[in-house]
Design a protein around this ligand. Structure first.
Ligand SMILES: Nc1ncnc2c1ncn2[C@@H]1O[C@H](COP(=O)(O)OP(=O)(O)OP(=O)(O)O)[C@@H](O)[C@H]1O
Ligand SMILES: [Mg+2]
Length: 250
């Protein structure tokens, strides 16, 4: 199973991704967790120690040069667009129990401005884990899916768009839906987060007609406490997460 978690800033992408990761890991699945948000904090959400010392792969200049043949940032130079990456999930990840975590760093957006060696390495690495690894892959991304690359985005089983009760995150969800449509992706689902009751759920459903709502996570101060302490996901959400995962076609 390959999942990408996206949505507007602050809606709870990292919280939702870490709840899913922890839940699937507890069930015995091997997980590759990818932090693809430039402002990375999945490590602390998962309760990894030493989270602030992690060097994102995009900043590993020596590795980027070794694998692509060019120094980072050299967009005009010749470099391999298909660098070797199959050993990197083992070499570059932090692991704890069944979870391997890779922190990508800034992945420049697709389209024109992306022809540089560090992007080639990151894109190839993401595409490798999505296409060739048996592990469950869960990616915590910023708002959008364009930096996945077209082929990789199409291979994802579900693009999970997190929204909260409020117009701003709904607007972002509609933009992501349009983008997904342009890329030919229809496996896109909504997780309503920070909901305070039925009227919030109705608001979210009503604002996103025609979109699959996978489930709702209540507004809960335990999640804020866990964030304050960097203590990893509380475990009392497993029923809710089970229902959300049950909505993923397999
Ligand atoms: N269901 C919830 N109930 C209460 N607080 C929550 C809930 N989900 C997330 N939060 C809190 O909201 C804040 C933002 O959550 P989180 O970091 O997961 O969002 P994000 O979308 O990943 O943000 P960013 O865009 O900065 O990466 C955190 O303090 C988190 O503890
Ligand atoms: Mg986040």
């Amino acid at each position: 199973m390959k999942l990408a978690v996206t949505g507007k800033g602050g809606v709870g992408k990292t919280t939702v991704a870490s709840l899913i990761i922890q839940h699937l890991a507890d069930q015995g699945n091997r997980i590759i967790a990818i932090d693809a948000d430039p402002d990375a904090n999945l490590a602390s959400a998962l309760g990894f120690s030493g989270a602030d010392e992690i060097v994102p792969i995009a900043e590993m200049d020596h590795l980027i040069e070794e694998r692509t043949g060019a120094k980072p940032g050299q967009s005009g130079s010749f470099f391999s667009i298909n660098p070797k990456v199959d050993d990197l999930p083992e070499k570059l990840s932090l692991s704890r129990g069944n979870i391997r975590l890779m922190v990508m760093g800034t992945v420049k957006k697709g389209g024109s401005g992306c022809a540089c060696p560090e992007n080639a390495l990151l894109k190839n690495l993401v595409s490798h884990v999505v296409f060739y690894r048996d592990d469950v892959v869960v990616m915590d991304m910023e708002a959008g899916i364009e930096h996945l690359g077209r082929g990789t985005a199409r291979a994802v089983d579900m693009v999970i768009v997190v929204v909260e009760p409020g117009m701003r995150s709904i607007e972002t969800a509609l933009k992501i839906k349009k983008l997904a449509g342009d890329l030919g992706i229809d496996r896109i689902g909504i997780v309503g987060n920070k909901v305070r009751g039925n009227s919030d759920e109705e608001f979210i459903r009503g604002s996103l007609p025609g979109m699959k709502v996978m489930g709702f996570i209540p507004y809960d101060t335990k999640l804020i406490e866990a964030d304050l302490k960097g203590s990893g996901s509380p475990d009392n959400f497993s029923g809710i997460i089970d229902d959300i995962i049950g909505n993923i076609p397999r």
